[in-house]
Design a protein around this ligand. Sequence first.
Ligand SMILES: Cc1cc2nc3c(=O)[nH]c(=O)nc-3n(C[C@H](O)[C@H](O)[C@H](O)COP(=O)(O)OP(=O)(O)OC[C@H]3O[C@@H](n4cnc5c(N)ncnc54)[C@H](O)[C@@H]3O)c2cc1C
Length: 405
Amino acid sequence: MSHQLPEHPDWLWRTPDPKRSYDVIIVGAGGHGLATAYYLARNHGITNVAVLERGWLAGGNMARNTTIIRSNYLCEESAALYEHALKLWEVLPQELEYDFLFSQRGVLNLAHTLQDVREGTRRVNANRLGGVDAEWLDADQVRAFCPIVNTSPDVRYPVLGATLQPRAGIAKHDHVAWALARKADQYGVDLIQGCEVTGFLREGDRVVGVRTSRGPISAGRVALAAAGHSSVLADLAGLRLPVQSHPLQALVSELLEPVHPTVVMSNHVHVYVSQAHKGELVMGAGVDSYNGYGQRGSFHQIEHQMAAALELFPIFARAHVLRTWGGIVDVTPDASPIIGPTPIENLYLNCGWGTGGFKATPASGWVYAHTIATGEPHPLNAPFALERFTTGALIDEHGAAAVAH
Ligand SMILES: Cc1cc2nc3c(=O)[nH]c(=O)nc-3n(C[C@H](O)[C@H](O)[C@H](O)COP(=O)(O)OP(=O)(O)OC[C@H]3O[C@@H](n4cnc5c(N)ncnc54)[C@H](O)[C@@H]3O)c2cc1C
């Protein structure tokens, strides 16, 4: 498989043509926007599409996330959506002809209290009933699966067991973005960078295009995929969303020899750690608790996540931090996304993935493309409609999404 880019990609700074009208404009060239463009073309034959990005291609959360992919969520609706994504991840490297280093090395969610054990075993049972691979490991089995985790009973929060999803893992995020972008480009989709959407063109109650920093562009349908900025954009269209923007940070160590065979997450001490293909330890934690749009967070969050990492992995005591960074994620009250049509005709919404939308990228694109193409939600995203915040049919994933991801 090749992962060479075209030598002179002519879409890099393509200028929008004011006389052209697109069938679909997608706002945001992160993973979800690119996957949506790809599946609009692949599954529905819709190629008169532009993806507008205010910065550079996949320079938002897509380039900043820690790439954990898993589908072991608690609720049927979420497990079905994320499992669809996991099945797509399993075929996408071949389909996109791009080896984006998808590595199914398993994910452990550690349990440190009786309540963690109850939550974990409940989720394993729910996952199995829903056809998602899931196992419960006791502390000895955790040690056998990941020998560098400290399973001593003499620590503040001893490891009592863990859930394991063997098919879960990581991938290389920037390669995923390039792979989707390249295929979308080959289908004829316009990828336009440096083009910020600043408003909407309206005819009565209908959206008929967007205002941008590079002029107005008309479109049959406008689909938002602007993670972290969804509520700001929706506000420009007169729509109030139950979404808040928070900074979310991560960090990597210097490059080390392979020491960490899997992905370990702990809601309780609040950290998760994997080792990237190049060798960096990749660590993250929860969101910074305040709202904000700066792509950075506060230092105390990093201090806490480092302390938690050392508690779980004393072997990392001499590793050095190489780099820290932050992204902006949009968080909903039930820790589940919103995907579907909006009350405004021709305006579609895909947001609220919070700390865990990377893993969903292909399924998000798949169901969003279906919704935009047909005007009706796909069965997998029907439960994730905006209306659930008025009907009360929430999909509460705080337990399965708690430490983030
Ligand atoms: C530190 C960190 C770690 C994470 N770790 C994980 C993880 O391990 N696993 C996981 O599943 N998820 C993880 N996530 C979450 C995941 O990255 C996001 O949920 C997902 O990337 C969001 O979808 P996206 O890729 O389309 O977003 P983005 O890549 O953020 O795309 C949105 C794009 O919209 C653009 N945009 C915004 N406003 C406008 C405008 N007005 N006009 C034009 N363009 C605009 C932005 O510039 C941006 O490029 C993490 C996130 C962060 C920040």
